[in-house]
Design a protein around this ligand. Structure first.
Ligand code: DGL
Length: 267
């Protein structure tokens, strides 16, 4: 038996492909339908109300295409709109905040944890709440790093410019003496080597993408929604603006494993 329907994944753009990649690695039998809302990206600078509206439209689009589980790969959308979606949808819904917070809370020795993300994610306080829920008394230092998104999209993940930007953003977190840093934005895993160099080996970097894939595997198994053992997975990509740009950036994020993108207007 098994359930061959795809896992739906959406992000404000292409950043969520880091989560998709982690899902493919963790769940090689599963089909995926990825939606990137490239016409309305970025979400990180928008109000919670607007992001919630976009999030609901994206979720509906995927539900209408018969997904069996929804992964909200966008940290900003997860931070402000996850409870809203959970109340409205009939399929299991996973965000990226709680898997990342869980892993950070478990791995931090000192209980002093840094979180970096978009302005919307940091302003929402969602990571701080999720961390406090799993490890009461934890000290959370949040820092919005909006320029990291642009740098990752441009492929500027090493060299002088990203190094200077990262040094500026990370100064506060270093001063605070965090021993664990949550990469609370889809794009930040691309900057991992640079962040690791600047922060040193004593600071653990938590990548929500890997944690979310592990949590998805757990939820699928628990709900009996795993794909059949002999499934031949299909990977479909949809975006709401120029598919050519999505393809170019997607190939950068996924290392080439994408050759066709459909375009659908949303909202
Ligand atoms: N996907 C967003 C996030 O993870 C980053 C890009 C945006 O601002 O839309 O928060």
């Amino acid at each position: 038996m098994g359930d061959p329907r795809p896992i739906g994944v959406f992000d404000s753009g292409i950043g969520g492909l880091t989560v998709l990649k982690a899902l493919w690695e963790r769940l090689p039998n599963e089909s995926t339908l990825y939606l990137g809302d490239t016409a309305r990206v970025p979400y990180g600078t928008k109000s919670a109300e607007v992001v919630t509206r976009y999030t609901e439209q994206n979720a509906r689009f995927l539900i209408e295409r018969d997904i069996k589980l929804l992964v909200v790969a966008c940290n900003t959308a997860s931070a402000v709109a996850l409870p809203h979606l959970e109340r409205r949808l009939q399929v299991p819904v996973l965000g990226v905040i709680s898997p990342g917070a869980q892993a950070a809370a478990e791995r931090s020795r000192s209980g002093r944890i840094g979180v970096i993300g978009t302005a919307g994610t940091i302003r929402s306080g969602a990571y701080a709440r999720a961390l406090e829920a799993v490890r009461p008394g934890v000290e959370v230092v949040g820092k919005a790093c909006p320029l990291f998104v642009a740098l990752a999209e441009e492929g500027w993940v090493s060299g002088e410019v990203p190094r200077l930007v990262a040094r500026e953003y990370l100064a506060e977190l270093k001063d605070a003496g965090v021993d664990t840093l949550v990469l609370g934005c889809t794009h930040y895993p691309l900057l991992k080597p640079l962040l690791h160099t600047l922060l040193g080996a004593d600071v653990r970097l938590i990548d929500s993408a890997e944690e979310t894939a592990a949590e998805t595997a757990r939820v699928l198994a628990e709900a009996g929604l795993d794909a059949p053992n002999d499934a031949r997975p299909t990977y479909r990509f949809v975006c709401s603006d120029d598919p050519a740009r999505f393809l170019t950036l997607g190939q950068r994020f996924l290392g080439g494993a994408i050759d066709h993108v459909e375009r659908h207007p949303l909202g």
